[in-house]
Write a protein that binds this ligand. Structure first.
Ligand SMILES: [Zn+2]
Length: 317
């Protein structure tokens, strides 16, 4: 399989597992196409053509032509210059590495992270939050994220990849879709009664069990073991944390428990104020689960060696 085949398959699978549903995403892509056709030639020059077939602005080929044959890849959660140099050193020691796969984006996909946050509004509306409230809060928050990201030195990893000629891909929301839909289906199906039951379900998943062995396992952050879990919202995809003002609307829309990857202090206080139970499954463990589910589908019958790095652990299903 070559680099383009790997990337295209990853996006295809991510669309299939998008919490908004495949049909919705395909309609969005058609809308994007119409938007593109209306642009002036000058605007078209700057347009991200990948966005016509890939709705996840934080998941892209960062460096590479596409025709590179991939039979071994090094995957990591955070990839920067250090990891690219590590890949090169391993190559010099005789390990085959045809590409580096990052979960968290860098370069252009990181600069465009805020764009993918729009999908949060649609996911919230599926949870019962009025779409006008969801869109308004998400828009304010995504602009904040955009401003925060703007000053970064985005191209460090890409420059390292270019100088050492190692293809580099990031699959962020593409992988987060996998973990979000996997866990949401699991909870919808098993309907855990209490928060302890939610933890038990998570602990049956190898990625969380492995994290727990290293004291990074799932935790009840707000609530207690015996509390009822009620309606569960798996909040794990759409770029980065959404608005801290969403908890009031989530409460009134009937969400009782949020299962997330991580939560900051401001969000935690707001969730507590609105009596919403919060379970933190774990950040890197959830990232790992998403990446593993995606790799299972993308690699399927292809014999591709996956070298673990930067917090990534491969668990096959
Ligand atoms: Zn992450």
């Amino acid at each position: 399989m070559n680099l383009s085949e790997f990337y295209n398959k990853a996006i295809e699978v991510a669309i299939e597992k998008d919490p908004r549903g495949k049909d919705y995403v395909m309609d969005e892509l058609k809308r994007k196409q119409r938007e593109y056709e209306r642009l002036t030639d000058r605007e078209k020059e700057l347009f991200d053509l990948d966005s016509l077939s890939n709705p996840y602005s934080d998941s892209r080929i960062i460096y590479g032509k596409g025709d590179e044959e991939i039979s071994a890849l090094m995957a990591g959660i955070d990839i920067d210059t250090g990891e690219i140099v590590l890949a090169e050193m391993l190559r010099q020691r005789g390990r085959r590495i045809d590409m580096v796969l990052a979960h968290h984006p860098s370069g252009k996909p990181f600069a465009n992270l805020a764009a993918v946050m729009n999908m949060q509004a649609d996911i919230l509306s599926l949870m019962g939050v009025p779409i006008n409230v969801a869109e308004s809060l998400t828009e304010t928050r995504s602009k904040e994220v955009e401003r925060k990201i703007m000053p970064a030195n985005h191209d460090r990893a890409r420059d390292a990849a270019r100088l050492l000629n190692i293809p580099l891909v990031s699959l962020h929301t593409a992988a987060d879709n996998m973990v979000a839909s996997y866990l949401q289906c699991l909870f919808d199906e098993h309907k855990p009664l209490t928060l302890e039951d939610v933890i038990d379900i998570l602990m049956d998943i190898p990625e969380y069990k492995d994290a727990a062995k290293n004291s990074m396992g799932p935790k009840i952050l707000i609530g207690s073991k015996g509390r009822k879990s009620g309606k569960i919202f798996v909040d794990m995809t759409g770029g980065t944390s959404g608005s801290k003002d969403i908890y009031d609307s989530l409460r009134t829309s009937g969400v009782n428990t949020i299962v997330g990857m991580h939560i900051n202090e401001d969000h935690r206080k707001e969730a507590e104020k609105h009596h919403i139970n919060v379970i933190i499954a774990g950040h890197i463990s959830s990232d790992n689960l998403g990446m593993n589910l995606l790799l299972d589908r993308v690699l399927e019958d292809n014999v591709v060696e996956v070298i673990e790095s930067s917090g990534f652990r491969r668990f096959k299903r």
